[in-house]
Design a protein around this ligand. Structure first.
Ligand code: GLY
Length: 571
C-alpha cells in the first residue's frame, strides 16, 4: 500500500471515529425516564439506586455481558448519575456467586494513605478533630473503586471499553436530574463552596430543580482516560496528578505513590448456613458478613416465624441479637490484615448460645451488662447497593460508598469526581465518637495502608445450591441489621419481596442503648417494647434495599426500595 493510500485510510478512520463519538447514543432516553419498583423477567435483572444505572446494566446484558459486566457498568453509570454515593473516588465490595459454582469476594475498600497515623485527627491539646476526618481533603482514604472494577472485570465477558461507554455518554451529554437529586445538590452548596479549591459543576447560583440537565465534562475526560489506559488511567498519569495537586491545594496527604500502590484484594467469602440456606457475605474489612452470621445464628433455634412479623416478641428477640453482635463489632472487628479478628471464635454455636444465655423475652436487655467493651457507632446512611442476576445464574451483589452523602464534599479539580471521607470510619481516638456517634478501639485504629472497618453487607443467598436472593443496602451501621431483617422477613415470615423491602425497619447497635424505629413502625409493638423497658428513637428512613429473588416458577424478580429513586429493570 502506498503512503498516500495509508494516510487517506487513517484520515477516514479518524473521521469515522469522531463522527461515531458525536452520534454515540444510549438505547434509552436520559432526559426522560422514571423508576420501576418491581420487575419479573426470565433473562436477568438489575436493581440499583438510579433508573438510568439499572437501564445501563440491562443493556449490557442484552449485548451479551454477564452479571459481572452489568455490575461494573452500573457502578460506572452511578459514578455519573448518582454523585452522592456512586463513585470513582470511593471504595466498595463485590460478592458474587458465579454460574460455575465459584464464590468470589473483591475488597476495594479505601486504604489509609502512607502518611496516615493513629493520632492524625488529634490536635496538640489532645482534642479530636472529627471535622477533619469528615470533610475536606484530609478525610479521604486512597480510592479503591477503579482498581475493584478492573479486578472484577476478570469475571466478565465484555471489553471494559464497552462497559464504560454508557457512563462516558451520560457524563458528556448529560442527564435529567430528579427532585431528590436536586434537593441533595441544593443542601450541599455551602459545603461545596467551603471544601473545594476549583469550582465544581455541582455549584450553581440558582437552586437546582427537577428537570435540570447535569453535564460533567471533566468527569467524562477522567472516564476516557480510564477507558484508554485501564486502571493506570486513574492511579497514574494525568488523573493521579490532578488528585495529588488537589491534595496539595487543600492540605490532604494522598501521594502519587499511594495511588500507584493501591490494590484491590480478592478475599475468601464469609459463608455460613441458616436452615436450608447458604449465605455468602463479605469478610473483613467489612463487619457485614460476620454480623449477619451472628444475628441469624442467635435467632435460628427460637422459632421466630411463629412469633409473627414485627410482633413485640420477634422484634425483641432480633433487637437482643443485634445488641450482642454490635457489642462484638466494637471490640473485635477491623481490617484483619492488621488486627487478628477472631472470626471463628465469634461464630461457633457454643459462643453464640453463651451470648444469648442472659436473654429473656418480655424484658429489655442492657448494654451496660451485655459487654463492657469499646462502643460501636452509627455511620452515614449514604452508600449505595446494586444487585444483578443473569440468565446463566451469575449473581452479583455490590455495595459501594463515599461514606457521607457526597463524601468529603471535595471534587478533584479538573477530574470532576468527589473524594470519599472514609477515614471517619476508623476510630479517630479510642472512646471518641465519629460523625454518627461511632466509637471504636484498637481493632479499628488508624494505620498507614490499613482499611477502615465497614458495615457494607453485599449478600448472596443460595437455596439448593442455586442463587435464591441477591441483596444489600446503604445505611452505615444499619446495613447489617437491615439485611438481617430482610432475610428474616423472607425466610421466616414468608413475605413478598416488596413487603420485605418496604415494611418499616428497626435497628439496635448496642450503644447507644436505643431501638431506632422507622416511620410507620407498628405503634402497638412500640408500646409493648417501651413497657418492656426499651428506649425507642424514631428514624425517618432506614436503608434502601435492592433485592433480586428467584421465584419458585424460575422467574427472576427484582425489587427496588420505595425509599428513593431506586429502580429495577429486567430482561
Ligand atoms: N461508610 C459506610 C460503611 O462502609 O459502612
Amino acid at each position: 500500500m502506498n503512503k498516500q493510500l495509508i494516510s487517506a485510510f487513517v484520515l477516514f478512520f479518524l473521521i469515522a471515529c469522531q463522527s461515531a463519538n458525536r452520534t454515540a447514543k444510549l438505547p434509552f432516553d436520559p432526559f426522560n425516564y422514571g423508576a420501576n419498583k418491581r420487575t419479573e423477567s426470565e433473562n436477568g435483572a438489575v436493581a440499583s439506586a438510579h433508573p438510568l444505572a439499572s437501564k445501563v446494566g440491562v443493556e449490557i446484558m442484552k449485548q451479551g455481558g454477564n452479571a459481572v459486566d452489568a455490575a461494573i457498568a452500573v457502578q460506572l453509570a452511578l459514578a455519573v448519575v448518582y454523585p452522592q454515593a456512586g463513585n470513582l473516588g470511593g471504595g466498595g465490595f463485590m460478592v458474587a456467586r458465579l454460574s460455575d459454582g465459584q464464590n468470589i469476594t473483591i475488597d476495594y475498600r479505601e486504604a489509609a494513605p502512607g502518611a496516615a497515623h493513629r493520632d492524625m485527627y488529634i490536635d496538640s491539646a489532645g482534642n479530636p478533630r472529627t471535622d477533619k476526618s469528615q470533610n475536606g481533603h484530609l478525610a479521604s482514604g486512597v480510592p479503591g473503586t477503579v482498581a475493584g472494577l478492573f479486578e472484577s472485570a476478570a469475571y466478565g465477558k465484555l471489553s471494559f471499553r464497552k462497559l464504560i461507554e454508557p457512563a462516558i455518554i451520560l457524563a458528556e451529554k448529560g442527564f435529567r436530574i430528579s427532585t431528590r437529586e436536586a434537593a441533595g445538590l441544593n443542601r450541599l452548596q455551602n459545603d461545596l463552596r467551603k471544601y473545594n479549591t476549583v469550582q465544581p459543576v455541582f455549584i450553581k447560583d440558582t437552586p437546582w430543580q427537577d428537570g435540570d440537565i447535569l453535564i460533567q465534562k471533566d468527569l467524562a475526560n477522567t472516564l476516557k482516560r480510564i477507558r484508554d489506559k485501564g486502571a493506570a488511567g486513574f492511579y497514574e498519569g494525568e488523573t493521579a496528578k490532578l488528585i495529588t495537586a488537589e491534595m496539595k491545594r487543600g492540605g490532604g496527604i494522598i501521594t502519587e505513590e499511594d495511588l500507584k500502590n493501591y490494590k484491590a484484594i480478592k478475599r475468601q467469602p464469609h459463608i455460613f448456613h441458616y436452615k436450608e440456606y447458604q449465605i455468602i457475605g463479605m469478610p473483613m474489612p467489612s463487619s457485614g458478613g460476620l454480623l449477619v452470621n451472628q444475628m441469624m445464628k442467635m435467632i435460628e433455634k427460637r422459632n421466630i416465624g411463629a412469633m409473627g412479623f414485627q410482633s413485640p416478641q420477634s422484634v425483641q428477640l432480633m433487637v437482643e441479637a443485634e445488641r450482642r453482635a454490635y457489642a462484638d463489632r466494637a471490640k473485635f472487628m477491623g481490617d484483619a490484615d492488621f488486627y487478628k479478628v477472631p472470626v471463628k471464635e465469634l461464630t461457633t454455636d457454643k459462643y453464640l448460645e453463651e451470648r444469648m444465655k442472659d436473654y429473656t423475652s418480655e424484658k429489655a436487655g442492657s448494654s451496660t451488662i451485655t459487654s463492657p467493651g469499646a462502643l460501636p457507632g452509627y455511620e452515614s446512611p449514604e452508600t449505595t447497593h446494586l444487585s444483578v442476576l443473569d440468565k446463566e445464574g451469575n449473581a452479583v451483589a455490590v455495595t459501594t460508598t463515599l461514606n457521607n452523602s457526597y463524601g468529603s464534599r471535595t471534587v478533584v479539580g479538573g477530574a470532576g469526581f468527589l473524594l470519599n471521607d472514609e477515614m471517619d470510619d476508623f476510630s479517630v481516638k479510642p472512646g471518641v465518637p465519629n460523625m454518627y456517634g461511632a466509637i471504636g478501639g484498637e481493632a479499628n485504629a488508624i494505620a498507614a495502608g490499613k482499611r477502615m472497618l465497614s458495615s457494607m453487607t453485599p449478600t448472596v443467598v443460595l437455596k439448593n445450591n442455586q442463587p435464591f436472593l441477591v441483596l444489600g443496602t446503604p445505611g452505615g451501621t444499619t446495613i447489617p441489621t437491615s439485611v438481617f431483617q430482610t432475610l428474616v422477613n423472607i425466610i421466616e415470615f414468608n413475605m413478598s419481596t416488596t413487603d420485605a423491602v418496604d415494611k418499616p425497619k428497626f435497628h439496635h447497635q448496642w450503644l447507644p442503648d436505643e431501638v431506632y424505629t422507622e416511620l410507620g413502625f407498628q405503634p402497638r409493638t412500640q408500646d409493648a417494647l417501651e413497657k418492656m423497658g426499651y428506649k425507642l428513637k424514631p428514624s425517618t428512613s432506614i436503608g434502601r434495599m435492592e433485592v433480586i429473588r428467584v421465584l419458585s416458577n424460575g422467574k427472576i424478580e427484582a425489587v427496588a426500595d420505595r425509599r428513593g429513586d431506586d429502580s429495577a429493570e429486567g430482561l
